[in-house]
Design a protein around this ligand. Structure first.
Ligand code: PLP
Length: 357
């Protein structure tokens, strides 16, 4: 229609996971936390005053910066609040990439990165992972202005050691953004790299471990010079007053957060074992989801049959991952419903093999 920049016209929109409105379903498709946010968050929400809504929010979300800095062992100047981790990705593409400054990342990974590259009109250098999802050596030499490593990775759930990412940060000439949206469920994180490298930005999300996907809150950790540069690009009030108050209450309640994460890790272990017993190949996951490849049936058919039973998981119709299902770790009860449904579906002799024969 001609109103848009050419690359926006050409861009294929990011497809978020399906958000069904019914409540009587088992929703394991968008990696939400199955447990509610901390009671401290709900208390703060109940106490929001009209004045809080009438006035503009603190542009830097100082209360959250302070709390997040303490928990991560850094200074408030190392933190920038964001309207979800996705907001930080948008800001980073705007800050570092253009038609002469490319982005690089291993694939398969979060499918929002190529959309942002297209909108920003920058070249996307996609370097394939090997079959075990090790860090591709080629990434160090792409010359990209921005390299993104999703760690733990989505949709594979796999984790690259902090030492390997330190070496990569050292070798790169551009910025290394480590997308730690799922790191709450891993055994390590890359916060220490921020002290050693002036080119590292860490992305964190409050959507997963803290059960706050609905309010949209995330943050960056980086050296003050990078944070100051990113602040120039962000919307002046990119996080709202209610979100700042709730995210601050959530991050301060570490005990609730840790108990919640432990429950999910325990359920992840059980779910992985049960899926393997059903003949799925499931790599060990460091996230709140697992990636399951059926050795006996087509993933798309299993997906359809699960939907018929009111169970939603994520199926990606993309080369390389179209034989897999990404399944969010739910409550024990939700996971059991999924496993029972899969037992039923897989016992159906009319289902075809993965090759379609
Ligand atoms: C890999 C990855 N990075 C970043 C995000 C953004 O998270 P949010 O914007 O909900 O904080 C997501 C969301 O699912 C994700 O999967």
């Amino acid at each position: 229609m001609g109103y848009f920049r050419e690359n926006v016209e050409k861009a294929k929109a990011y497809e978020p996971g399906f958000q069904p409105q019914q409540t009587d379903i088992v929703k394991l498709n968008t990696n939400e936390n199955p447990y509610p946010p901390s009671p401290a968050v709900m208390k703060v929400l109940a106490e929001i005053t009209p004045d809080k809504l009438r006035r503009y929010p603190d542009p830097k979300g100082s209360a959250f910066r302070q709390a997040a800095a303490e928990i991560n062992g850094v200074q408030p100047e190392n933190i920038m609040c964001c309207n979800g981790g996705d907001d930080l990705l948008v800001i980073a593409f705007q800050a570092f990439c253009d038609e002469n400054r490319s982005v690089a990342y291993p694939v398969p990974t979060y499918t929002y990165y190529p959309v942002l590259a297209e909108v920003q009109n920058c070249k996307a250098i996609e370097v394939p992972f090997d079959s075990e999802f090790n860090l591709p050596a080629k990434l160090a030499g792409t010359g990209a202005a921005l390299t993104i490593i999703c760690n733990p990775n989505a949709p594979t759930g796999t984790f690259i050691d902090v030492g390997e990412l330190a070496s990569l940060a050292d070798e790169l000439t551009g910025v290394l953004l480590i997308d730690e949206a799922y790191v709450d469920f891993a055994e390590a994180n890359c916060t220490t790299l921020v002290k050693d490298f002036d080119n590292v930005i860490i992305l964190r999300s409050m959507s997963k471990g803290y059960s706050l996907a609905g309010i949209r809150f995330g943050y960056a950790i980086a050296q003050p010079a990078l944070i100051a540069g990113l602040m120039k690009v962000k919307d002046s009030y990119n996080v709202d007053a209610v979100a700042i108050a709730l995210a601050t209450a959530a991050i301060k309640n570490q005990q609730y957060f840790k108990e919640n994460v432990e429950k999910i890790k325990e359920s992840r272990k059980e779910l992985t074992e049960q899926l393997r017993l059903l003949n799925f190949e499931v790599p060990n996951s460091s996230t709140n989801f697992v990636l399951a490849t059926s050795k006996s049936c087509k993933a798309s058919e299993i997906y359809d049959k699960l939907v018929q039973r009111g169970i939603y998981v994520r199926y990606f119709d993309r080369p390389g991952i179209d034989d897999k299902l990404r399944i969010t770790v739910g409550t024990k009860e939700q996971n059991q419903k999924l496993i029972s449904a899969l037992q039923d579906i897989l016992s159906d002799a009319t289902l075809r093999s993965p090759s379609g024969t």
